[in-house]
Design a protein around this ligand. Structure first.
Ligand SMILES: NC(=O)c1ccc[n+]([C@@H]2O[C@H](COP(=O)([O-])OP(=O)(O)OC[C@H]3O[C@@H](n4cnc5c(N)ncnc54)[C@H](OP(=O)(O)O)[C@@H]3O)[C@@H](O)[C@H]2O)c1
Length: 178
């Protein structure tokens, strides 16, 4: 065990601190798909957290997107159940713990630039399992189950081996979202 990795020691953080609402983390919440997930979940009784390399830019991106409707007060932090934006970068493991702390459910997206999933995505997925995330929904791609060379397939296989519930969204690679 790596003593310097706080994600290896936290086993109780999946219980939401303030209420019984589940905490849902959306990775790539500024992306083509993720931004619509954020808009849909913003109206649901969940504590919604959006992960982005640049939280301020993410907030502006979502507020300025004419194709998604999210209440302004949910984005600017004035609503009691406002969306929480956290700084997260797969290339910066030190961001994993604050991103995952208290999370019950996770929408996992593989950024297109991340092809070496074993090196660049699995550590985050493993940290999520260690920190008690109960359910991972992975944005996969149509046909992933038939093509072992696809990074999506390798992510699916890895998730299957972890102690988490999983849902694989095998979407066509050019989903129209607006
Ligand atoms: N779009 C589709 O129609 C579609 C359909 C089926 C499957 N997929 C799959 O979904 C994935 C891409 O989703 P997308 O098209 O919605 O994304 P996208 O529009 O290409 O956006 C990329 C997202 O990845 C985030 N990101 C980039 N580098 C990151 C890093 N180092 N750490 C953390 N986050 C990072 C960006 O967030 P920030 O810039 O805010 O950090 C951004 O939200 C791919 O695996 C693709 O195969 C997409």
């Amino acid at each position: 065990m790596d003593d310097e990795d706080p994600t290896t020691t936290d086993t109780e953080s999946h219980v939401s601190a303030d209420d019984d609402s589940p905490t849902v983390l959306v990775t790539a919440g500024t992306g083509t798909v993720g931004r619509h997930v954020v808009a849909a979940l913003a109206d649901e009784p969940v504590d919604l957290r959006v992960a982005s390399r640049d939280p301020d830019r993410a907030r502006e991106t979502l507020a300025g997107d004419e194709h998604v409707e999210i209440d302004e007060s949910a984005l600017d932090g004035t609503a009691p159940d406002a969306v929480e934006f956290v700084a997260f970068d797969l290339g910066r493991p030190e961001t994993y713990y604050p991103t995952l702390s208290g999370v019950d459910r996770l929408l996992l997206v593989r950024p297109p630039a991340v092809s070496r999933v074993e090196r660049d995505l699995f550590p985050f997925v493993d940290a999520a399992a260690r920190m008690g995330v109960a359910h991972v929904v992975f944005l996969s791609v149509l046909g992933a189950e038939k093509n072992p060379l696809l990074p999506h397939r390798r992510v699916e296989s890895h998730l299957t081996d972890l102690p988490v519930d999983t849902t694989f969204l095998r979407a066509p690679s050019s989903v129209r979202t607006c």
